[in-house]
Design a protein around this ligand. Structure first.
Ligand code: CP
Ligand code: NVA
Length: 298
């Protein structure tokens, strides 16, 4: 039984399988040779908003021969307090797999344990593994192997996106620099667990210098809305903009998991100048989700 709950636990060989298959699924869209989800129903259980993750999984499941079943967590009894382990035991007896977007990482782990069906983390407060697999696929599609390259994350260095980047960096051998104010830096314990070549700094210029890619994410993640004013104040300046980009390699890529807030984590000019990369990255969610689903049922 395979689950994708965290990139920390994904073996390097499985990273490679997913990245290779994403390329094949992209090239063969509309003419896939196999339907690995034929006859299957996959539950998407979401407690937070989503555009890209929901659409890419729903379309991807259909294109692999399966049926998606979207469950807004507030519409099912979970939202009224039914325990996650009971919900898991019900869904696990009917559906063939589950894709979960929620708050606590422990909820996806409990779901996987009790449902006994393949379970995919579609974003928790701790990680967003599907997004980072897509980002690496997109980088490699445009620039070749990410091994040995420099990826600079700018912004909220303590949220789910940088954590998944940290685990990927250690596995795939690229340098990760995280530029963030002290209060928004990743926990030292995570860096220690991951290993790898990871620099965490408040110094934006040092982090940006010679980078192969700039990456950012919202300053106010889902669930953190009450802290919005404080976050915008403290994170102010940790922005991807044309001036900072001059310090990167001349052909540096700019990526954003989206949704983007112009004037906050990225300026309008830089976002639009790199929109083709950013929306290819968004499209690649579809191809990568298919590779993840195919891996999960193999
Ligand atoms: N990047 C991402 O996961 O987007 P959604 O929140 O729209 O799914
Ligand atoms: N860190 C963001 C990612 C959105 C895809 C959030 O959790 O809201």
């Amino acid at each position: 039984m395979k689950h994708l709950l965290s990139l920390e636990k994904l073996p390097r060989a499985d990273f490679e399988t997913i990245l290779r298959d994403a390329k094949t699924f992209k090239q063969t869209r509309g003419a896939h040779k196999t339907q690995p989800l034929a006859g299957q129903t996959w539950a998407l259980m979401f407690s937070k908003s989503s555009t890209r993750t929901r659409v890419s999984f729903e379309v991807g499941i259909r294109e692999l021969g399966g049926s998606p079943m979207f469950l807004n967590a507030n519409d099912i009894q979970l939202g009224r307090g039914e325990p996650i382990k009971d919900t898991a035991r019900v869904i696990g007896r009917m559906a063939h797999g589950a894709i979960i977007r929620t708050y606590a990482q422990s909820d996806v782990e409990t779901f996987a344990e009790f449902s006994k069906i393949p379970t995919i983390n579609a974003l928790t407060d701790d990680e967003h593994p599907c997004q980072v697999l897509t980002d690496i696929f997109t980088f490699e599609e445009m620039r070749g192997s990410i091994a040995g390259k420099v990826v600079t994350f700018i912004g909220d260095g303590a949220c789910n996106m940088p954590v998944s980047w940290i685990f990927a960096a250690a596995k795939l051998g690229f340098e990760l620099r995280i530029a963030a104010p002290k209060a928004f830096q990743p926990a030292p314990e995570i860096l220690h667990r991951a290993g790898g070549n990871i620099v965490v700094t408040e110094d934006l210029h040092a982090a940006a210098s010679g980078a192969d890619m700039f990456y950012t994410d919202v300053w106010v993640s889902m669930g953190k809305e009450a802290e919005a004013a404080e976050r915008i104040k403290v994170l102010g300046g940790y922005q991807i903009n044309a001036k900072l980009l001059k310090l990167a390699k001349p052909d540096a890529l700019v990526m954003h998991c989206l949704p983007a807030y112009r004037g906050k984590e990225i300026d309008e000019e830089t976002f639009e100048a790199h929109a083709d990369t950013i929306f290819t990255e968004a499209e690649n969610r579809l191809h990568t989700q298919k590779a993840i689903l195919n891996w999960a049922v193999a």
